[in-house]
Design a protein around this ligand. Structure first.
Ligand code: COI
Length: 356
């Protein structure tokens, strides 16, 4: 459902565009940002008039709460363009719901729907030229909120800033992806905030991921913090396993991100009469399936990564490689999903959102 804007976003346009300096054929994920950004401040107990202004550095006091206590949440979304120049998004209401769910967990005030959609659509229209048509091209949209109140008292801030910045994107992972099943470090614990897209959930993964990278893995497969017995997620993606012809994925919980791509794939699988099981997935089950050949596919799903086949994984020093399969579920889902996202086919699920 579309929202009606209650407050007009105040717009200050950039006097020149940086778009000619960008090589759209060779984009490094998340490095280049469009000409404009959306900013809205929270102070005196309410969100103020939202603004769009030229993309620029911001000024904060060194004591700003976000630098000390990490009170920050974010989202990842994408805009696409069809061959007629129409701008499209994918289930954007779900991103707003999720950032507000993440915000609540971090004691950050929720952001109003009207401001979000008014700001986002105005921003996409202003930076329209940065969204390139063609499957595989997209504009990665990063909404985020930070605690800006100056002062190092360890309590929830009273001032925040909500931003939306946008970056033209192609693929997130270049080349084959191999993952390490992690048993030493943990990403999230029950009762914690693993389900939230909180900045600290990501920062805490970097060191173990660096160690895994030294062994040739692009990412980590996180396992439950208590016994490291069950598979959780891969940090930038939810994980799917095809065991024989059944698609298996872990259930969402307070330690796993409720991925929008994840839940879309579950619906797509059901639509195609593919047997899908959302249930706790044991590490041992995956290792055994890799050994006996019943693990036909493994892939990650996320906004940035889309659907990324996993070529192999490591566990307790042993390496497992997956054979290439023809007619893979990953390629079927990717095709169906991108056809909906880029307005190539009908959208029986009502996921597509047209920016008009
Ligand atoms: C996304 O898929 O948008 C994510 O949040 C992963 C990201 C940390 C690159």
């Amino acid at each position: 459902m579309k929202s009606t804007a209650l407050t007009a976003v105040q717009i200050e346009k950039a006097t020149t565009s940086r778009i000619r300096q960008v090589d759209f054929e060779n984009l490094d994920f998340g490095k280049v940002f469009t000409d404009h950004m959306f900013v809205c401040e929270f102070k005196n107990g309410s969100w103020q008039t939202p603004t769009i202004k030229p993309y620029q550095a911001i000024s904060l006091f060194p004591s700003a709460s976000v630098f000390h206590y990490g009170q920050a949440v974010f989202e990842g979304m994408k805009a696409y363009k069809d061959d007629n120049g129409k701008i499209l998004m994918f289930r954007p209401e779900d991103n707003l719901d999720r950032i507000n769910k993440s915000a609540k967990r971090m004691a950050i005030p929720e952001f109003p729907k009207e401001f979000f959609f008014d700001g986002l659509e105005s921003l996409l229209k202003l930076d329209n030229e940065w969204i390139k048509p063609g499957i595989g091209n997209s504009l990665y949209i990063r909404p985020f909120v930070i605690a800006t109140e100056a002062g190092v008292r360890a309590s929830a801030a009273k001032e925040y800033m909500f931003f939306i910045i946008c970056s033209p994107a192609q693929s997130y992972y270049g080349g084959e992806v191999r993952l390490k099943i992690e048993e030493e470090f943990s990403r999230a614990a029950p009762g914690g905030f693993g389900y939230a897209k909180a900045a600290g959930n990501y920062g805490g993964q970097f060191y173990p991921t660096q160690l895994a990278a030294e062994q040739g893995f692009q990412q980590i497969i996180w396992t439950d913090a208590k016994n490291h017995e069950y598979i959780e997620e891969a940090g930038t993606m939810n994980l799917f396993f095809r065991i024989n012809d059944t698609l298996v994925t872990g259930p969402t919980s307070d330690t796993i991100l409720d991925g929008i791509t994840r839940k879309s794939l579950i619906e797509l699988a059901k639509y195609h009469n593919i047997k899908v099981e959302e249930r706790p997935v044991k590490v041992n089950e995956v290792v055994e399936a890799a050994k006996d050949g019943s693990l036909k596919e493994m892939f990650g799903a996320g906004t940035a990564a889309v659907i990324n086949p996993v070529k192999g994984f490591g566990f307790r020093g042993e390496r497992f490689e997956l054979e290439n399969v023809t007619n893979s579920y990953a390629s079927l889902f990717k095709k169906e999903l991108t056809n909906i996202q880029y307005n190539v086919t009908a959208d029986p699920f009502g996921w597509r959102y047209v920016v008009e």
